[in-house]
Write a protein that binds this ligand. Structure first.
Ligand SMILES: NC(=O)c1ccc[n+]([C@@H]2O[C@H](COP(=O)([O-])OP(=O)(O)OC[C@H]3O[C@@H](n4cnc5c(N)ncnc54)[C@H](O)[C@@H]3O)[C@@H](O)[C@H]2O)c1
Length: 556
């Protein structure tokens, strides 16, 4: 029986059968031969997710001073049997279509240009592709699995996909190929996990070579400057030996705009790996630290948004950021955990030196639950119970103007409010399928869904992302501004209330509403609350006072 993978648009892709693999390898060998004759280096990018798909295109777009392409890229995506989005990367990329949805128009144009016009990019599902690469770029995931909600210490690094990839690499690559690990890993992984795995595989193949392994982490920001955040941004790198370092520096100088954004070369890969973890733990800590000030603001009539804007003007404090409803995304919730885990399980220390990093992650992981409390209270003020209230969440992704839903604050908001008996709807212009719900029994992996921390979650597998905002608004009791997508910034209160069919509870989770809008919602009979926005009470009192003021009799 042929197996299919179905794209979000409903198109069916047949999964390859055993005989297809050798035909596919022949195709790649032919292509590689042609490309080498053109003087191009063959680069295999392993893992075509949010990072790999765009990195593959950036490498494929590389040109020399005469404007001639210098690299041919084979994107390699593992094949699985479940109908999950990852299966579609290879066939869609081969058509020049991006599977990552983003506000950055360069994502589609660079993929289309390299796949269809320059013909420097192809994608495949066969590991045999690795045999052809001069450089192998590893962009597979390395997860951190948490056993409980709000306690990162109870968890472990999940190196399975990475270790499997490294074994396959060791079994297949040319012994002189450079393996560049871009995955964010537990510090120590390149030298103490990757290098030994590949070396062991080399020995099994009778090869005496020292594997050339290097690390250089990604700082990609999916969003408006997705492509540029890979190509035009500072990189840090390091190799396991002199030759690996020389090769990684050469490669990055060729594919990244290092003239404007110079490379930092560190002595050892553990330093590059630690730089990534510290960088993200720093940001997670900055955000977590504001959670307590957010509560302080709510309880004392302070608008945290304005406080932050006031502080930001001071150049030394310009990176202070208003924390949204939970600090999601793939990286910030897990990276500090990889550091804690490495200290014990790679480096063998028993003591507990980490205080701030785990605390920050725990605070961030549970911040969104407070949104459910605000919603409950706002509805209660309107005399409506939360149970069976119709609630619309605006935004499913973890940050503005991207379609990435991983560990988004919105997921926890939906789960908690469902547990409290509410009926949830969601709108997101960037997300067609919210796999965390639709496939909650198998995505991100079996028994890894956040579903396990809440009760009454079964019905959420029927949750569908509404694309028509007007329809989504119809008849709701409450609206939650959860993500700063540009589509929501100018939504007018009159339009919201009209489409909802009457006054509703409005919850601003991300400093989206200005004072004029908050005032208008109150004037329309709504209740408004917001994370860190204690001043709404003042606006409410002002509206009430204006309403109650006796009308002055006309003069004369
Ligand atoms: N997403 C971001 O914004 C971001 C930013 C900076 C760094 N990173 C880091 O980059 C790495 C990759 O992140 P991502 O967001 O692209 O993850 P992802 O889950 O979107 O992509 C990983 C891909 O690798 C594939 N894969 C796994 N094992 C494979 C194998 N054996 N062969 C071929 N493919 C395989 C998976 O199927 C998946 O498609 C992570 O370490 C992440 O922490 C991500």
């Amino acid at each position: 029986m042929p197996q299919y993978s179905i794209s979000p648009t409903g198109e069916r892709f047949q999964l390859p059968g055993t005989e297809d693999y050798s035909i596919e390898f022949e195709r790649l060998k032919r292509l590689a031969l042609e490309q080498r004759e053109l003087g191009r280096e063959i680069v295999v990018v392993m893992g075509l997710g949010f990072v790999g798909a765009v990195m593959a295109a950036v490498v494929a777009d590389t040109e020399n001073k005469e404007g001639k392409p210098t690299k041919f890229v084979i994107g390699m995506q593992r094949n699985a049997t479940a109908q999950l989005p990852e299966l579609l990367e290879a066939p869609l990329l081969n058509r020049g279509i991006s599977t990552v949805s983003s506000e950055d128009p360069e994502v589609s144009s660079i993929i289309n240009r390299c796949a269809n016009e320059k013909k420097t990019l192809t994608a495949t599902y066969t590991y045999d592709a690795l045999k052809l690469g001069d450089v192998i770029v590893v962009d597979v995931q390395c997860d951190y699995l948490k056993e409980s909600l709000g306690n990162v210490r109870e968890g472990r690094a999940d190196m399975a996909a990475l270790e499997e990839s490294l074994e396959i690499i060791g079994q297949n690559i040319d012994p002189h190929a450079l393996v560049l690990i871009e995955t964010t890993v537990a510090p120590g992984t390149t030298e103490q996990v990757a290098y030994p795995i590949i070396k062991k595989m080399f020995r099994k193949r009778g090869l005496r070579n020292d594997p050339l392994v290097a690390h250089s982490f990604e700082r990609v920001m999916p969003g408006e400057n997705y492509v540029s955040s890979i190509r035009d941004f500072w990189r840090v790198c390091s190799g396991v030996n002199e030759e690996a370092t020389r090769r990684v520096v050469k490669f990055l100088n060729e594919v990244i705009n290092t003239e404007k954004f110079p490379l930092t070369v560190l002595d050892r890969p553990i330093e590059s790996e630690t730089a990534k973890i510290v960088e993200n733990s720093f940001r997670a800590t900055l955000l977590a630290f504001l959670d307590e000030w957010s509560l302080f603001s709510e309880r004392n009539g302070v608008d945290l948004l304005k406080v932050i804007q006031a502080i930001k003007v001071r150049p030394t404090h310009s990176n202070i950021i208003f924390p949204g409803p939970g600090i999601g995304g793939y990286c910030l919730p897990k990276d500090g955990g990889l550091g804690l885990w490495a200290y014990r399980h790679i480096h063998g220390f028993e003591d507990d030196i980490f205080k701030i990093t785990p605390l920050a992650i725990n605070i961030n992981d549970t911040r969104s639950l407070h949104v459910a409390q605000l919603t409950r209270d706002a509805l209660r003020n309107m005399g409506r119970p939360i149970a069976s209230a119709e609630i619309l969440v605006l935004g499913a992704s973890y940050r503005e103007d991207v379609g990435d839903t991983r560990y988004s604050g919105s997921e926890l908001i939906v789960r908690r409010l469902t547990e409290m008996g509410a009926e949830l709807r969601v709108h997101d212009p960037y997300v067609l399928h919210w796999w965390e719900f639709e496939k909650q029994d198998e995505y991100p992996a079996s028994s890894q869904s956040l579903k396990r921390f809440f009760r009454g979650q079964e019905k959420l597998k029927d949750l569908r992302v509404e694309q028509n905002l007007e329809k989504a608004l119809h008849g709701i009791d409450s609206i939650l501004f959860a993500v700063r997508h540009k589509h929501y910034l100018d939504l007018h209160p009159d339009e919201v209330v009209r489409n909802a069919g009457g006054p509703l509870a409005v919850i601003d989770c991300f400093g989206i509403l200005d004072d004029a809008k908050i005032k208008r919602y109150f004037e329309l009979g709504c209740e408004v609350k917001g994370l860190g926005r204690g001043h709404v009470k003042r606006i409410k009192d002002q509206v009430r006072a204006e309403r109650e003021q006796p009308k002055k009799p006309p003069k004369g």
